[in-house]
Design a protein around this ligand. Structure first.
Ligand code: FES
Length: 205
Protein backbone atom coordinates (compact mmCIF):
# COMPACT_ATOMS: atom_id res chain seq x y z
CA UNK A 1 0.00 0.00 0.00
CA UNK A 2 2.81 2.41 0.91
CA UNK A 3 4.66 1.76 -2.34
CA UNK A 4 1.52 1.98 -4.47
CA UNK A 5 0.42 5.21 -2.81
CA UNK A 6 3.79 6.91 -3.28
CA UNK A 7 4.32 5.75 -6.86
CA UNK A 8 3.11 9.05 -8.31
CA UNK A 9 5.69 11.63 -9.40
CA UNK A 10 4.23 14.10 -6.92
CA UNK A 11 5.59 11.96 -4.06
CA UNK A 12 8.92 11.58 -5.80
CA UNK A 13 9.36 15.37 -5.88
CA UNK A 14 7.84 15.91 -2.45
CA UNK A 15 9.95 13.28 -0.68
CA UNK A 16 13.08 13.84 -2.85
CA UNK A 17 14.48 10.93 -4.94
CA UNK A 18 16.81 9.84 -2.11
CA UNK A 19 14.09 9.30 0.49
CA UNK A 20 11.64 8.01 -2.13
CA UNK A 21 14.14 5.39 -3.21
CA UNK A 22 14.77 4.29 0.36
CA UNK A 23 11.05 3.82 0.95
CA UNK A 24 10.76 1.83 -2.25
CA UNK A 25 13.47 -0.56 -1.13
CA UNK A 26 10.59 -1.96 0.95
CA UNK A 27 9.81 -3.93 -2.20
CA UNK A 28 12.40 -6.46 -0.99
CA UNK A 29 10.57 -6.85 2.31
CA UNK A 30 7.31 -7.27 0.42
CA UNK A 31 8.91 -9.86 -1.88
CA UNK A 32 10.31 -11.90 1.01
CA UNK A 33 6.92 -11.75 2.75
CA UNK A 34 5.17 -13.06 -0.37
CA UNK A 35 7.70 -15.89 -0.74
CA UNK A 36 7.30 -16.84 2.93
CA UNK A 37 3.51 -16.64 2.73
CA UNK A 38 3.28 -18.87 -0.36
CA UNK A 39 5.90 -21.28 1.02
CA UNK A 40 3.87 -21.87 4.16
CA UNK A 41 0.78 -22.36 1.99
CA UNK A 42 2.59 -24.99 -0.10
CA UNK A 43 3.73 -26.82 3.03
CA UNK A 44 0.08 -27.21 4.00
CA UNK A 45 -0.95 -28.52 0.57
CA UNK A 46 1.41 -31.30 -0.52
CA UNK A 47 -0.93 -32.35 -3.39
CA UNK A 48 -0.21 -29.39 -5.63
CA UNK A 49 3.27 -30.27 -6.96
CA UNK A 50 2.96 -28.33 -10.22
CA UNK A 51 2.40 -25.11 -8.39
CA UNK A 52 5.26 -25.95 -6.02
CA UNK A 53 7.67 -26.39 -8.95
CA UNK A 54 6.52 -23.18 -10.66
CA UNK A 55 6.90 -21.26 -7.44
CA UNK A 56 10.37 -22.61 -6.65
CA UNK A 57 11.60 -21.90 -10.21
CA UNK A 58 10.18 -18.35 -10.18
CA UNK A 59 11.61 -17.51 -6.76
CA UNK A 60 15.00 -19.01 -7.70
CA UNK A 61 15.20 -17.08 -10.99
CA UNK A 62 14.55 -13.77 -9.20
CA UNK A 63 17.13 -14.56 -6.51
CA UNK A 64 19.75 -15.72 -9.04
CA UNK A 65 19.28 -12.60 -11.18
CA UNK A 66 19.82 -10.39 -8.14
CA UNK A 67 22.97 -12.27 -7.12
CA UNK A 68 24.31 -12.11 -10.70
CA UNK A 69 23.65 -8.36 -10.83
CA UNK A 70 25.47 -7.87 -7.52
CA UNK A 71 28.45 -9.96 -8.68
CA UNK A 72 28.59 -8.11 -11.99
CA UNK A 73 28.55 -4.78 -10.15
CA UNK A 74 31.36 -5.89 -7.86
CA UNK A 75 33.46 -7.21 -10.71
CA UNK A 76 33.08 -4.26 -13.05
CA UNK A 77 32.73 -1.39 -10.59
CA UNK A 78 35.96 0.60 -10.70
CA UNK A 79 37.65 1.28 -7.38
CA UNK A 80 36.94 4.81 -6.20
CA UNK A 81 39.69 7.24 -7.04
CA UNK A 82 41.42 8.99 -4.16
CA UNK A 83 39.63 12.08 -2.90
CA UNK A 84 42.69 14.26 -3.54
CA UNK A 85 42.54 13.83 -7.33
CA UNK A 86 40.68 16.64 -9.08
CA UNK A 87 40.82 14.75 -12.35
CA UNK A 88 39.73 11.15 -12.42
CA UNK A 89 40.72 8.66 -15.08
CA UNK A 90 37.70 7.64 -17.17
CA UNK A 91 39.24 5.32 -19.74
CA UNK A 92 41.56 5.08 -22.71
CA UNK A 93 40.42 7.03 -25.76
CA UNK A 94 40.44 3.78 -27.75
CA UNK A 95 37.78 2.33 -25.42
CA UNK A 96 35.13 4.86 -26.45
CA UNK A 97 32.49 3.69 -28.88
CA UNK A 98 30.54 6.12 -31.06
CA UNK A 99 27.08 6.79 -29.64
CA UNK A 100 27.73 5.04 -26.33
CA UNK A 101 29.00 5.94 -22.88
CA UNK A 102 31.69 4.83 -20.51
CA UNK A 103 30.50 4.96 -16.90
CA UNK A 104 32.98 6.30 -14.36
CA UNK A 105 32.52 5.87 -10.62
CA UNK A 106 33.58 8.96 -8.65
CA UNK A 107 32.30 7.96 -5.20
CA UNK A 108 30.15 5.19 -3.86
CA UNK A 109 27.05 7.10 -4.95
CA UNK A 110 28.24 9.33 -7.79
CA UNK A 111 28.74 8.07 -11.31
CA UNK A 112 29.43 9.94 -14.51
CA UNK A 113 28.49 8.86 -18.03
CA UNK A 114 31.08 9.96 -20.60
CA UNK A 115 29.52 9.86 -24.07
CA UNK A 116 31.09 9.89 -27.51
CA UNK A 117 28.80 11.55 -30.01
CA UNK A 118 29.84 12.46 -33.57
CA UNK A 119 33.49 12.31 -32.56
CA UNK A 120 33.10 14.54 -29.49
CA UNK A 121 33.06 13.73 -25.79
CA UNK A 122 30.50 14.99 -23.27
CA UNK A 123 29.88 13.95 -19.68
CA UNK A 124 26.72 14.08 -17.57
CA UNK A 125 25.65 12.46 -14.32
CA UNK A 126 24.78 8.82 -14.79
CA UNK A 127 21.72 9.27 -12.52
CA UNK A 128 18.49 10.37 -14.16
CA UNK A 129 16.71 13.27 -12.41
CA UNK A 130 13.51 11.21 -12.28
CA UNK A 131 14.39 8.09 -10.27
CA UNK A 132 18.15 7.79 -10.75
CA UNK A 133 17.88 5.54 -13.82
CA UNK A 134 21.27 4.64 -15.41
CA UNK A 135 21.63 7.12 -18.31
CA UNK A 136 24.99 5.72 -19.41
CA UNK A 137 23.42 2.44 -20.46
CA UNK A 138 21.64 3.95 -23.45
CA UNK A 139 22.74 5.01 -26.91
CA UNK A 140 22.71 8.66 -27.96
CA UNK A 141 20.36 9.64 -30.76
CA UNK A 142 20.62 13.19 -32.14
CA UNK A 143 22.57 14.44 -29.11
CA UNK A 144 19.90 13.09 -26.73
CA UNK A 145 20.22 10.16 -24.40
CA UNK A 146 16.99 8.44 -23.31
CA UNK A 147 16.74 7.04 -19.79
CA UNK A 148 16.17 3.27 -20.05
CA UNK A 149 13.72 3.24 -17.14
CA UNK A 150 10.90 5.64 -18.12
CA UNK A 151 12.13 7.51 -21.17
CA UNK A 152 13.21 10.95 -19.91
CA UNK A 153 15.65 12.51 -22.36
CA UNK A 154 18.73 14.70 -21.83
CA UNK A 155 21.02 16.67 -24.12
CA UNK A 156 24.47 15.35 -23.25
CA UNK A 157 26.13 18.75 -23.81
CA UNK A 158 24.11 20.55 -21.13
CA UNK A 159 22.31 17.86 -19.13
CA UNK A 160 18.90 19.40 -19.88
CA UNK A 161 15.72 17.76 -21.11
CA UNK A 162 14.43 19.17 -24.41
CA UNK A 163 11.54 21.70 -24.13
CA UNK A 164 8.88 21.66 -22.83
CA UNK A 165 10.47 19.43 -20.16
CA UNK A 166 12.55 21.01 -17.42
CA UNK A 167 14.55 18.16 -15.88
CA UNK A 168 18.29 18.76 -15.55
CA UNK A 169 21.27 16.68 -14.46
CA UNK A 170 24.82 17.88 -13.66
CA UNK A 171 27.45 18.03 -16.38
CA UNK A 172 31.20 17.45 -15.98
CA UNK A 173 34.33 18.89 -17.57
CA UNK A 174 36.62 16.56 -19.48
CA UNK A 175 40.19 16.65 -20.73
CA UNK A 176 42.48 14.34 -22.67
CA UNK A 177 46.05 13.61 -21.59
CA UNK A 178 47.89 11.45 -24.08
CA UNK A 179 45.55 8.54 -24.63
CA UNK A 180 43.65 9.01 -21.37
CA UNK A 181 40.26 10.67 -20.91
CA UNK A 182 39.93 12.41 -17.54
CA UNK A 183 36.80 13.68 -15.77
CA UNK A 184 36.83 16.59 -13.33
CA UNK A 185 35.24 15.33 -10.15
CA UNK A 186 33.62 18.73 -9.50
CA UNK A 187 30.12 18.54 -10.99
CA UNK A 188 28.75 21.60 -12.79
CA UNK A 189 25.36 22.97 -11.82
CA UNK A 190 22.61 20.88 -13.47
CA UNK A 191 21.90 22.23 -16.95
CA UNK A 192 25.35 23.85 -17.46
CA UNK A 193 26.57 23.71 -21.06
CA UNK A 194 30.06 22.26 -21.56
CA UNK A 195 31.72 22.50 -24.96
CA UNK A 196 32.14 18.91 -26.24
CA UNK A 197 35.75 17.77 -26.42
CA UNK A 198 36.92 16.73 -29.87
CA UNK A 199 38.32 13.23 -29.98
CA UNK A 200 40.69 12.32 -32.75
CA UNK A 201 38.65 10.03 -35.02
CA UNK A 202 41.52 7.55 -35.14
CA UNK A 203 41.32 7.08 -31.37
CA UNK A 204 37.73 5.89 -31.10
CA UNK A 205 36.19 2.59 -32.17
S1 FES B 1 14.43 7.05 -13.87
FE1 FES B 1 12.49 7.43 -14.70
S2 FES B 1 12.98 8.33 -16.61
FE2 FES B 1 14.87 7.99 -15.72
Amino acid sequence: MILATTSHDFWLKFLTPRIWKRIHYLIYTAYISVVAHVSFGILQDQQNHTFTIIFIVAASVVAILHVMAALHERKHGDPFPSQSDDWVKACETSEMKEGFAKIVQLTQKERVAVFLHEGKLSAISNACAHQNGPLGEEKIIRCLVTCPWHGFQYDVTNGSSPAPFTEKVPTYNLKIEGTLILVNRQANTPGTFVEPLVLNSMEAV
